[in-house]
Design a protein around this ligand. Structure first.
Ligand code: 5GP
Length: 187
């Protein structure tokens, strides 16, 4: 066995991290996925407790004040947070814990858990990112523009991550990330 760790996967919105996280969870043993809490409204293809815990802003603030979150951030007009117990429970079950968080959350985790594996996924270009967000069809044009503007700022943080992976083609990007995790488990 290895010393279990946190795997932080971050990318600008539409960078492909949700799919890549899902693949990691399916392909590797001993990985749990951290379900975050958010105040964002549920999208039509989402399921409570599978994608997020969808809670009200009031509830979020109460939990935040009770120190319920290992990290939290305000992203694109909504709150998002990682319940501390997700991390504690997974590690106590001898599993690694995978989390999909924005750059602010990632920096917070790195500070609190220096052994976390930090992976940043970059889209091949901003144009491709815009195309992916449009094709995804989950956000209107105004929201897409907001997410793209945010993406440019998020890219400035890439240098803070141990690994930067360009997501050109899903299968090879996945293999690259899988190898990064397997190599860390060998340390
Ligand atoms: P979305 O609304 O597209 O599901 O997520 C928007 C952004 O919030 C993404 O960058 C996602 O990684 C981030 N996010 C999701 N959950 C959390 C969380 O628990 N904490 C933080 N800091 N960011 C999160």
């Amino acid at each position: 066995m290895w010393n279990n760790f946190i795997i932080v996967v971050t990318s600008p919105s539409g960078g492909g991290k949700t799919t890549l996280c899902k693949m990691l969870k399916e392909q590797l043993n001993n990985i749990e996925y951290s379900i975050s809490a958010t105040t964002r409204p549920m999208r039509k293809d989402e399921v409570e407790e599978k994608n997020y815990h969808f809670i009200t802003e009031r509830e979020f603030i109460i939990r935040k004040n009770k120190d319920h979150f290992a990290e939290y951030a305000y992203v694109h007009d909504y709150w998002y947070g990682t319940p501390r117990e997700n991390i504690d429970n997974a590690l106590s079950r001898n599993n690694d814990i995978l989390m999909d968080v924005d750059v602010q959350g990632a920096m917070e985790i790195k500070k609190k858990y220096p052994n976390a594996l930090m992976i940043f996924i970059v889209p091949p270009s901003m144009e491709i990112l815009r195309k992916r967000l449009k094709e995804r069809g989950t956000d209107n044009d105004e929201v897409i523009e907001k997410r793209l503007k945010n993406a440019e700022q998020e890219m400035d943080f890439a240098g803070e991550f141990e690994f930067i992976v360009e997501n050109n083609e899903l299968k090879s990007t996945y293999k690259e990330i899988e190898n990064i995790v397997i190599n860390k488990r060998r340390l």
